[in-house]
Ligand binder design. Structure first.
Ligand code: GLC
Length: 613
């Protein structure tokens, strides 16, 4: 018998051995999770046999240049929790025109301290309205207006060579009605008809009564009549976004192929868009069902065999107890999830100058498994959904925050109300600058700028990855012109999707300007957050009630030194007695006056990061 080493070059041999080890470690998870979902399906045996073959083939074909990254991350799983993984999210066209434009802007981003780029959907969308790219026509092509797949790989390579990474949006819950699968389905191909869900008008009406509308004003109901499909097609979002039928195992396998294909282009992470909606079941709201979590976990396990360096991010804008299961059981589901609860709570706390809601949400979010990380954020391209806090705050609080930020009550906010499902309170649109009350033309010393910087300061001290929404680093204002564009006028979220203003960004060196004041502050935050590991700061953030209503406090005590973040949510200075260990000899990593006599005075909207000696 020829020995294996004599015929296979050493690099390939070690890759083959690594694949075998990974397969042994993760295949049982795939098999058990998917057996729970598809085990009773007549197609099960054939499906799982083919899946096994395709996972092994994909793992063997993993590009050599990416194997090193995989091995490195696998050897050090704690890399995910390393401090300072600042992430930047943006629409490619609005930030830099196209993908090559993004490549030209990398110095700007590294200057800001950014480590990960998270462009919003950039794969080929349907023509016309595509819900900001969330209606994908081809998962294997880049939107031709933004570039080509080669440009995407080149960006991924550039980032890798800078020690940075690229996270791509994968719209896994639905395709555009123009996607080849949907076209084949409409043409009558039974295999592809089974990629979508078609019900009778009566069933659609019955199901609609159980479901919660996402866009009740602009896209009421979750079904769209389609005579070619012989009934009503399931469309949770807009009528042109057709939900995939995950009860069909072929859909699971096809979407895995998409992830593998994009990972081979050098993409290091995927945002699983609308993850809560994957599984549908009669008699439920069809959100956050156990089968959905199982599917996500199986994708994770498959990637752990094929491309272990790649991370999965859950986009689940739901109540925290429904988000936590996306992190999975055992070896895990998603590596990261949007910390929607804490984000929304931050705005609520700022409105009330009362940290109570933040403490309740932070306690719940600390229930995350240690191996996973939160993606902490202040704003994103969607509305702020107050209803997602309903477990943690009474309806009257949600309604008050909604009115405060939506312009119905007098407040500093310049945001606008958005649609809401029956029984809920309106969500809020607007850039962080507007919600924080920055008036265009103000300088870096304004109260609005202080509020915006404060919220970003808070998220940089939490455990997890801080996410910056494009333009917040210079206090970019709303795009009120969106209403003049017929393709965007119908969706108020375009208010907070402006074009990046590079002439304003040009002022980032001028500390006195709004842009410079904020940019420098953001840059310092990224730098200080990166150093938290070195300072011995680790572990989950846990809220503290220090008895002063506007003081938002949390500590992290899992490392060599204790860490205490203190934020003053009010426009007046406050004094706070410090907990044991921080009163004497502690240092403020943000350069503030060290505490003395066991107390600290925080200026209006002040932030301190204390570490024990
Ligand atoms: C996600 C996106 C949102 C989009 C929806 C449908 O929630 O963040 O912008 O409208 O999915 O794809």
């Amino acid at each position: 018998m020829t020995s294996l080493t004599a015929t296979v070059p050493p690099g390939e041999l070690s890759h083959a051995l690594a694949v075998r080890r990974r397969f042994e470690a993760h295949w049982p998870t795939i098999q058990s999770r998917l057996a729970g979902v598809y085990g009773q399906d007549l197609r099960w045996t054939d499906f799982i046999t083919r899946l096994r073959q395709s996972v092994l083939a994909a793992a063997a074909a993993r590009p050599v240049v990416l194997q090193a990254l995989d091995a490195e991350r696998e050897a050090r799983p704690e890399w995910l929790s390393a401090s300072g993984q600042t992430t930047y999210t943006f629409y490619v066209d609005r930030f830099a025109g196209d993908l090559n434009g993004v490549r030209q802007r990398l110095d700007y981003l590294t200057d800001l301290g950014v480590r990960w780029l998270h462009p919003l959907p950039l794969l080929e969308p349907r023509e016309g309205d595509s819900d900001g790219g969330f209606a994908v026509k081809d998962y294997r092509q880049v939107d031709p207006r933004l570039g080509t797949m080669q440009d995407l790989s080149a960006l991924a390579d550039d980032l890798r060579s800078r020690g940075m990474g690229l996270i791509l949006d994968v719209v896994c819950n639905h395709t555009a009605r123009e996607h080849a699968w949907a076209v084949a389905a409409r043409a009558g191909d039974p295999a592809y008809r089974d990629f979508y869900i078609v019900v009778s008008p009566e069933e659609a009406a019955r199901r609609d009564a159980e479901l919660i509308d996402v866009f009740p004003d602009t896209a009421p109901g979750s079904f769209t009549p389609c005579p070619e499909m012989g009934g009503h097609v399931w469309t949770t979002f807009y009528p042109f976004q057709w939900d995939l039928n995950y009860a069909n195992p072929a859909v699971f396998a096809q979407m895995l192929d998409v992830l593998v294909y994009l990972a081979a282009q050098g993409v290091q992470g995927f945002r699983l868009d609308s993850a809560p909606f994957l599984w549908k079941q009669d008699g439920t709201t069809c959100r956050n069902l156990p089968q959905t979590y199982a599917i996500v976990e199986a994708w994770r396990a498959a990637l752990s065999i094929i491309a272990p360096g790649v991370v999965l991010v859950a986009e689940a804008i739901e109540s925290l107890e429904d988000v936590l299961p996306f992190f999975g059981e055992g070896s895990g589901g998603c590596d990261l999830a949007y910390n929607n609860g804490v984000m929304t709570a931050l705005w609520g706390a700022l409105a009330d100058q009362d940290a109570g809601i933040f403490r309740r949400c932070l306690s719940a979010s600390a229930g995350k498994p240690a191996r996973a990380a939160w993606l902490n954020y202040v704003r994103c391209h969607d509305d702020v959904i107050w209803n997602a806090l309903s477990t943690y705050a009474p309806h009257e609080d949600l309604a008050r925050w909604s009115r405060f930020y939506g312009g119905q009550d007098p407040s500093f906010s310049r945001g606008r109300a958005f649609q809401t499902a029956a029984g809920g309170v309106p969500s809020t649109n607007g850039m962080a600058a507007s919600l924080a009350g920055i008036v265009p033309g103000e300088d870096g010393a304004s109260a609005g700028a202080a509020r915006l910087a404060l919220l970003y300061g808070i998220i940089h001290g939490l455990d997890g990855w801080p996410l910056i929404y494009m333009g917040d680093e210079i206090g970019l204002a709303d795009d009120t012109q969106y209403a003049d564009d017929p393709l965007r006028a119908g969706d108020g979220r375009w208010l907070h999707r402006p074009m990046m203003d590079w002439s304003l960004a040009g002022r980032r060196g001028d500390q006195a300007s709004l842009e410079g004041g904020l940019f420098q502050r953001f840059r310092t935050l990224a730098e200080k957050a990166r150093m938290l590991d070195e300072h011995g700061v680790a572990g989950p953030a846990r809220p503290l009630d220090l008895g002063v209503t506007p003081v938002l406090a949390f500590e992290r005590t899992g490392g060599a030194r204790g860490f205490l973040s203190l934020a003053n949510l009010s426009g007046a200075a406050v004094s706070v007695d410090l907990p044991f260990g921080f009163g004497v000899g502690a240092m403020d990593l943000l350069g503030g006056t060290p505490p003395s006599g066991g107390a600290l005075t925080l200026p209006a909207y002040g932030l301190a990061w204390l570490v024990t000696p």
